[in-house]
Design a protein around this ligand. Structure first.
Ligand code: SF4
Ligand code: SF4
Length: 178
């Protein structure tokens, strides 16, 4: 995840449980929607998107509860940067080296990521056990309220395949800017 999201008890976002069920958002977005989004990004004024994103982000998380989803934490790992490792190892009462040995491995890009999926800090109730201290990647994920959303379209399109919030924001942007 450049992953993560912002939930309050679990990682990522804390938003009300929504009705109807989140399951309806779990389908992957149709390929034509993603193609439309790619074309849309080529023509749209990015300042307009930047103004619209916070509204669409809020709308997405009014209907989607990360605590009902946790797909990012179950499937991908955030990067654990050194400030994250220093902070979290202290919170869990481990030396940094022990924390790294226990939970992390280095990926092909030289970033520390979790050895296992789902994330070892994800509880059975989908709550993040280190929520207040989670990696910065987790705090920012899924980037639906920041410029990464359109500056790194490849990441956004990848995230749209599993994150219902990203899917929702893409659909809303396309509808608003026909
Ligand atoms: S630390 Fe793990 S459980 Fe917590 S928000 Fe990040 S990925 Fe999810
Ligand atoms: S995949 Fe998206 S909606 Fe699901 S928990 Fe992660 S940020 Fe929240």
């Amino acid at each position: 995840m450049g992953k993560a999201c912002g939930r309050v008890v679990k990682g990522l976002h804390l938003y009300p449980i929504m009705e109807p069920s989140i399951e309806q958002f779990y389908e992957q977005p149709a390929p034509e929607i993603l193609k439309k989004f790619q074309n849309f990004l080529k023509r749209v004024d990015k300042r307009t998107i930047l103004k619209q994103l916070p509204i669409m982000h809020e709308a997405a998380f009014e209907k989607i509860s990360c605590l009902e989803c946790a797909r990012c934490c179950k499937t991908y790992s955030p990067r654990f940067k050194m400030p994250d490792i220093k902070r979290i190892s202290k919170v869990v009462g481990m030396k940094e080296t022990a924390f790294i040995d226990t939970y992390l491995s280095m990926d092909s890009e030289g970033d520390y990521v979790t050895k296992q999926r789902p994330c070892p800090f994800l509880g059975n109730d989908n709550a993040c056990s280190i929520y207040d201290h989670r990696p910065s990647d987790c705090e920012r994920f899924p980037y639906t309220d920041e410029d990464v959303f359109f500056k790194r379209p490849a990441i956004t399109l990848k995230n749209a395949e599993f994150c219902p919030a990203v899917h929702s924001v893409i659909v809303d942007l396309l509808a608003e800017n026909k």
